[in-house]
Design a binder for this molecule. Structure first.
Ligand code: AMP
Ligand code: ZN
Length: 119
């Protein structure tokens, strides 16, 4: 059921501790850990502890937790000292956009110049 941990979900396993991660921040509703294949000097993934496949479904079902994820992104940026130089929050949605893990996650990227539009 939506919101419940999924046995076959990598990020649910990270939340439960079954799969290790380099955790940088945890709140009651969110978890933040370093991306295993970083695309910038700072590349952290911020996820809700509950399982929803993407940001839109999370926001529709649990708007407060979606807001918690965004707030945690800003807190991670401050903690990683990229808030002043600028950072990017990316929410890939769907395979065509490069989403490979179907548990909502926000990429927080910074520490280098970030071109716009993205490639
Ligand atoms: P996306 O392509 O937007 O679905 O992002 C999934 C991200 O998860 C990718 O950037 C991967 O490098 C990252 N990733 C995959 N497995 C792990 C892991 N075990 N720990 C941390 N990050 C991971
Ligand atoms: Zn999950």
């Amino acid at each position: 059921m939506a919101g419940e941990a999924q046995a076959d979900c990598l990020f649910c396993k990270i939340v439960s501790g079954e799969v290790p991660a380099d955790v940088v921040r945890e709140t009651e509703t969110t978890y933040a850990f370093r991306d295993i294949n970083p695309q910038a000097p700072v590349h952290v993934l911020v996820i809700p502890k509950v399982h929803y496949p993407d940001a839109g479904t999370l926001a529709a079902a649990e708007p407060q937790i979606a807001a918690d994820v965004l707030r945690a992104c800003a807190e991670v940026a401050a903690q990683e000292k990229i808030a002043d130089t600028g950072f990017r929050i990316v929410l890939n949605t769907g395979p065509g956009a490069g989403q490979t893990v179907f548990h909502t996650h926000a990429h927080v990227l910074g520490g280098r110049g970030l071109e716009w539009p993205p490639g």
